[in-house]
Design a protein around this ligand. Structure first.
Ligand code: MG
Length: 504
């Protein structure tokens, strides 16, 4: 059996190497590739993903998984071999269940949907995208049926991004979240002028913003011998060959400093997770996140729970002064703290603050679940979108480009992805509450820029586990809790009632 395991391991190394090559090409596509290279890059990436798919789903891999499964499980649930087989079998089962014909149809439909979405958004004309969204929903339903589910087809799609997540759980989560957040948003809307973000407005040279944000990333623990920061239109992180090559990108707006600083901190959080996988997980199915939600929890933890905290503002102010001499002379740490936490109901998800963000997700969740089960017609979706924006956030888009057409996910053929953002926000608050208990002097550490103990805590609890466990089990092992809404809502209520001066 040991010999067979080595054989399977070798196969996984090849798959990981292909994945790594694809990730590097994808990173390049979004950073430095000349625009003329797009078509060739698309073809190259398609070949790589085809090869990786074949390597995973071929008969030989299937036979080795079947032969080794019991042997590996007998080594123990926590053992390297046991976890390795579990993680690999999960991807194998998912990929073999979807018929090749459907994969092809999905890929063609997605290419067309993406193009149509682009044009429809530019023209702010939902009708141009509607038939493609219908097709995407129909094919996702077929995909869900191929994958199999107990209660709802949506569960099968959710499981691809967040193992074990289900519609039943999410219905309860979003109900509790909206009930908890709506009164906070209303109270803030009535006191909009109480908090100013003026210190972050002005003229900030983009190259200096990049230096500043890289200095912050390094201070948080980002290892630049195994990572780097570049510019891209939409910030992202990429575990090209984790843990040894985990990259981030950011963007810079000349007149608004937080766009760069906080995108950088967010992506650094993702990259710290990837850099924290044990070396022996490299080139195995364990060198990955427990789920998309867990990945997002790491970015949000640093971006919001740490990066928008009072002691962080006190630590960061001297850095802002160093990089932008004269601009922050009259600012106090409290001014910076308030500026980093102005909340405003807005139309665009990616610009939303931590109070309003999850309600943007709640409405997407409601729409996509209903599109999938057929209770909502595609043509009626924009109206529902606008009504929900009004209900949750008190604002209404004037045009579809600022409404239902703003996000690329459905154009990418992805249904069931959005909830992982909210799951990430919830986990980040749970981890933060637990870390504060384990590290009683956390505020003091942050104020002096000593982030190492906090990173060490996350490493021990989350990062070093890689993809060994499903997210629920990982959370249980890390902090002894189930996924829950209360820590997040409490954090928001406490913080924002103090900032805006109302009773929570
Ligand atoms: Mg993210």
């Amino acid at each position: 059996m040991e010999k067979k395991f080595e054989e399977l391991r070798k196969r996984c190394e090849d798959m990981a190497a292909l994945g790594s090559a694809g990730a590097l090409l994808g990173w390049d596509q979004n950073t430095y590739m000349p625009s003329g290279g797009a078509e060739a890059r698309g073809k190259t990436l398609a070949v790589i993903s085809e090869l990786a798919h074949h390597q995973l789903t071929c008969k030989e891999t299937g036979a080795l998984i079947a032969d080794l499964h019991d042997w590996a499980q007998a080594k123990g649930h926590d053992s390297f071999e046991g976890s390795f087989l579990r993680a690999l079998k999960r991807s194998y089962d998912q990929e073999v269940k979807i018929p090749a014909e459907l994969v092809k149809e999905l890929s063609l439909a997605t290419t067309a949907a993406f193009e149509a979405w682009h044009k429809a958004r530019a023209a702010s004309d939902f009708a141009m995208f509607a038939p493609h969204l219908e097709k995407v929903a129909e094919l996702n339903l077929r995909k869900a049926e191929a994958l199999g589910f107990k209660n709802s087809p949506y569960d099968a799609l959710l499981d691809l991004y967040d193992a074990g997540m289900a519609r039943e759980k999410l219905d309860a989560i979003f109900a509790e979240l909206t009930a908890g957040l709506k009164p906070v948003i209303k109270a803030i809307n009535e006191r909009a002028d109480k908090v100013s973000n003026a210190p972050f407005k002005g003229d900030f040279a983009p190259e200096t913003q990049l230096k500043l944000s890289l200095e912050i990333a390094k201070a948080l623990g980002y290892d630049l011998t195994r990572g780097r920061q570049d510019l891209s239109a939409h910030p992202f992180s990429s575990g090209i060959s984790s843990p040894d090559d985990a990259r981030i990108t950011t963007r810079a707006l000349r007149d608004w400093l937080p766009a760069c600083v906080y995108a950088s901190i967010h992506e650094t959080g993702h990259a710290l997770y990837e850099q924290g996988f044990p070396k022996e997980f490299a080139f195995t199915p364990l060198a990955g996140a427990a789920s998309l939600g867990m990945h997002e929890s790491q970015s949000r933890f640093w971006e919001n729970l740490i990066g928008r905290s009072r002691p962080f503002a006190a630590w960061a102010l001297p850095l802002y002064r160093k990089h932008f001499p004269g601009k922050f002379d009259s600012c106090t740490p409290e001014d910076i703290y308030r500026a980093a936490n102005r909340s405003e109901a807005s139309l665009i998800r990616v610009e939303a603050d931590e109070v309003t963000y999850n309600l943007h997700i709640a409405l997407r969740y409601e729409i996509e679940t209903q599109l999938l089960d057929g209770s909502l017609k595609v043509k009626d979706a924009p109206e529902l979108w606008n009504a929900k924006m009004q209900e949750y956030l008190g604002v209404k888009p004037a045009k579809d480009s600022e409404g239902i057409l703003q996000d690329v996910h459905w154009g990418f053929g992805m249904i069931g992805y959005f909830p992982s953002y909210t799951v990430g926000n919830l986990i980040s608050a749970q981890l933060h509450a637990a870390a504060r208990k384990d590290l009683p002097g956390m505020d003091g550490l942050i104020a002096k820029g000593d982030f190492a103990p906090i990173l060490a805590w996350l490493r021990a609890k989350v990062h070093t586990q890689g993809a060994k466990y499903k997210p629920e089990e990982l959370l249980q092992r890390a902090i002894g809790e189930e996924l829950s809404v209360a820590p997040f809502v409490n954090y928001i209520k406490t913080k924002y009632s103090e900032l805006y001066g109302f009773k929570a």
